[in-house]
Design a protein around this ligand. Structure first.
Ligand code: AMP
Ligand code: ZN
Ligand code: ZN
Length: 401
């Protein structure tokens, strides 16, 4: 009798304090590449406004650098790029003596570059199924493993258009219960593609965003009509923002550094410079001090707020151009928009909307939150214990019911 009493007393307490939200809900997270935060306020996107009224509206801060590969893999692992290893879209692998690049099929697909524990593996190891419809890292065998269901970007991304990706999300949510993933992560190349080509404020970038709004509105309507419709959470967010660039806002590396001082530089945001010999590290850094429109640091001196500089593959010198500027050996003639700048800059911030049984209704989050918090949030929604990460559920708990 006494035992029964203790059990009856403890059970509700245990339920209330448990880490898990429970696995009776499903979560769909959509990444819209280059979803600058203010597109959701200034463009004609009624579905995004509906989500703000009926769910949660927030602004999310990317991690540094505000690039696609580093940040998608941060969303998946809760680790900053400096900690998970994808420190830029391209960087020099000091041990392997090769350049890792998202454009190089071999290095991009090599699991050794992808550190940390992506949410699909955290879940899998705790018996929870997940699916990705293209997500950086998910088509790479990380410690030999993938999500339960995944797609290969290289061979399939051109065949499965945006409508096809929505159809795939719906198909996954309709699998028999024992096969159904509790987390579906889907990736869309827009509005990044238009943002680069035309700039963030161009009518064609606006149109790309408005098309996505209609597509995702129809997706949500179809999800709601499923038997599990009321159990589905939807998160719409992205990897970084976008700012206007101009070929004239360009600092030429050849004007400021002799070529023999460095063996290579990875010409991305930021620019990672690898010295040809240790004695040139100081020379490079000294030569770059006082150059207008850039900031340069030895890797050990990168300011703490950037959370960058400790990874073994880091350049000896890190060069960060001012927002809208480029430091390279030639100006980029093809782009009117870009990103990768200081991750705290206004234009680099990312839009965020969430709706569903685990989220509050009509809640506008006052402060921006860091994107390293998405991983603990997803783990909470899945009811799995997160691995060590740089985020915190406490930073986003206010959004939850
Ligand atoms: P960026 O805007 O330079 O940071 O890179 C964005 C590009 O990354 C997009 O245009 C995509 O084509 C590409 N991309 C996104 N996800 C993947 C992936 N999983 N595998 C390969 N490339 C990808
Ligand atoms: Zn991107
Ligand atoms: Zn981009």
């Amino acid at each position: 009798m006494k035992r029964l009493f203790i059990l009856l007393f403890l059970l509700p307490l245990m339920a209330a304090t448990s880490w898990a939200a429970g696995r009776d809900t499903y979560t769909v997270i959509i990444s819209l590449d280059g979803l600058r935060w203010d597109y959701l306020d200034t463009y004609d996107v009624p579905f995004m406004q509906q989500l703000a009224r009926e769910g949660v509206k927030a602004v999310m801060q990317p991690s540094f650098p505000s690039k696609t590969f580093p940040n998608h893999y941060t969303l998946a692992t809760g680790l900053t790029p400096d900690h998970h290893g994808i420190i830029a879209n391209s960087f020099w692998d000091r041990d392997g003596g090769v350049e890792y690049s998202l454009k190089n099929k071999v290095t991009r697909a090599d699991g050794k570059y992808y550190g940390g524990d992506p949410v699909w593996l955290t879940a899998k190891h705790q018996g929870v199924k997940t699916a990705t419809v293209f997500w950086v890292g998910s088509d790479v065998a990380i410690n030999g493993e993938h999500p339960t269901y995944w797609r290969d970007y290289q061979t399939e991304s051109e065949k499965i258009d945006f409508q096809g990706r929505v159809d795939e999300v719906l198909r996954l949510l309709q699998l028999p219960e024992q096969d159904r993933p509790h987390l579906v992560m889907a990736y869309f190349e827009e509005p990044d593609r238009s943002g680069h080509a035309y700039g963030p404020l161009h009518r064609l970038t606006r149109r790309a965003m408005e098309d996505l709004d209609r597509l995702l509105s129809l997706m949500w309507t179809r999800i709601q009509m499923l038997p599990i419709g009321s159990q589905v959470n939807l998160i719409i967010t992205g990897d970084h923002g976008m700012t206007s660039v101009d070929p004239k806002r360009f600092v030429d590396i050849d004007d400021v550094l002799p070529k023999h001082w460095y063996s290579r530089f990875c010409n991305d945001y930021p620019t990672l410079i690898y010295a040809s010999a240790p004695q040139y590290v100081d020379s490079i850094c000294d030569a770059l001090q006082g150059v207008d429109h850039i900031r340069a640091w030895k890797k050990a001196d990168v300011p703490a707020y950037l959370g960058y500089g400790t990874n073994k593959n880091m350049g000896d010198v890190v060069v960060l151009p001012d927002v809208g500027w480029l430091f390279a050996d030639k100006p980029s003639m093809k782009q009117l928009g870009s990103h990768g700048f200081d991750h705290t800059a206004a234009d680099m911030q990312v839009g965020f909307r969430a709706i569903g049984p685990d989220f509050k209704t009509g809640y506008a989050k006052a402060d921006r939150f860091r994107n390293v918090c998405i991983y603990p949030l997803l783990c909470y929604l899945l009811g799995v214990t997160p691995s060590a990460n740089d985020g915190s559920l406490d930073e986003v708990r206010d959004m939850l019911r």
